[in-house]
Design a binder for this molecule. Structure first.
Ligand code: PHE
Length: 330
């Protein structure tokens, strides 16, 4: 066996001996002499060093010295830990046996945790992360997405208006437009962010929530590629046993469009978690991409909805109340 191998073996058996060492004097002396003594294992290794060839000698010597330092330091530490503290006098009125104070430690917000997971999955399959404005003009939030003024689909998203032309974005799809305006294809992005809707507040809807948008543009992109990607994503997040379905749907900016549901055991019903579809050629035209050359798919998911399903949270308002009893459960 090479000397290097022997050094490793001595290291392993020394650690094992140290782990099972008791405070018994005999035990301590036994380990000391077996490893660190004049005729101990380390001394033996040093004597074998003499016969090593001159090329290896300096390297092995260094390894051996490291091992020796390591062993003697951790041995002394261990022995010291057995000794009771000395010169320790208690003044009247002080009780050192009282338990210490515990300071509460914070944790990441459940939405942040889910967001991090979503980002990790998409990063691992080649998506980059982008962000865009929460206050945007009518063009980016609606018109460029194939929703001209008075388009009935605008009713799907009750909007907060800053003025006639400026809105709090109702979805992260506005960033699709910014990305395509500012970059040449191909594009592979996810866009996490906050969105706003003027909805009645209840256990299932709030005036603000979070979405993650996805946009994929390239040549020869198919709808089934999107299905595969989204199915992979849902399984990474909810486990491979999750029951999932694609249901035909409508969005003005995708054609064809679908929604993805996952089966919820507790409620005994399908729950929608995202909308998706192939990018509508009209959207490509609005940003100056040639739809004869480029295809793509887009999707948008509700982060709260996903967190509620994953963590079995019944009321969306709990995310925003900053109640430590709720937050500390995650
Ligand atoms: N923007 C849509 C919504 O908020 C979701 C979506 C995004 C659908 C991208 C299709 C493509 O409901």
């Amino acid at each position: 066996m090479s000397l290097q191998k022997k050094i490793e073996e001595v290291r392993i058996s020394f650690r094992a001996a140290l782990d099972s060492l008791t405070s018994d004097e005999k035990d301590i002396e036994g380990v000391r002499s077996k490893f660190l003594g004049r005729k101990g294992e380390l001394a033996d290794l040093f004597s074998q060093l003499a016969t090593a060839n001159s090329e290896e000698k300096p390297i092995l010597g260094k390894l051996l010295n490291q091992l020796k330092n390591e062993c003697s330091v951790s041995f002394e530490e261990k022995v010291r830990s057995f000794k009771k503290p000395e010169g320790y006098s208690m003044s009247p009125g002080e009780d050192y046996t009282l338990p210490g104070l515990h300071f509460p430690v914070g944790s990441l917000h459940p939405l942040q945790q889910i967001l991090d997971e979503i980002k990790d999955v998409f990063k691992s399959i080649g998506f980059s992360i982008a962000y865009g404005p929460e206050i945007d003009d009518d063009f980016h939030n609606f018109q460029a997405l194939n929703m001209p003024r008075h388009h009935p689909a605008r009713d799907m998203q009750d909007t907060f208006f800053i003025d006639k032309n400026i809105v709090l974005r109702t979805h992260t799809s506005n960033v699709q437009i910014h990305l395509m305006e500012n970059n040449n294809p191909p594009l592979r992005y996810i866009v996490p962010g906050r969105v706003y809707r003027n909805e009645a507040i209840s256990f299932k809807s709030y005036c603000l929530f979070h979405q993650v948008e996805g946009l994929y543009v390239d040549k020869n992109v198919s709808f089934s590629e999107m299905k595969g990607t989204l199915e992979y994503f849902v399984k990474r997040l909810f486990g491979t046993d999750v029951k999932i379905r694609f249901r035909p749907s409508y969005f003005p900016f995708t054609e064809p469009s679908a929604e993805v549901d996952i089966w919820n055991e507790e409620r005994d019903q399908w729950m929608e978690i995202l909308g998706c579809g192939s990018v509508d050629p009209a959207v490509f035209e609005n940003v100056g991409y040639d739809p004869e050359i480029w295809q793509g798919y887009a999707f948008g998911m509700g982060v709260e909805r996903i967190a509620m399903l994953k963590y079995k949270i019944a009321d969306i308002r709990q995310f925003y109340q900053n109640d430590v009893r709720f937050l500390s459960q995650f």
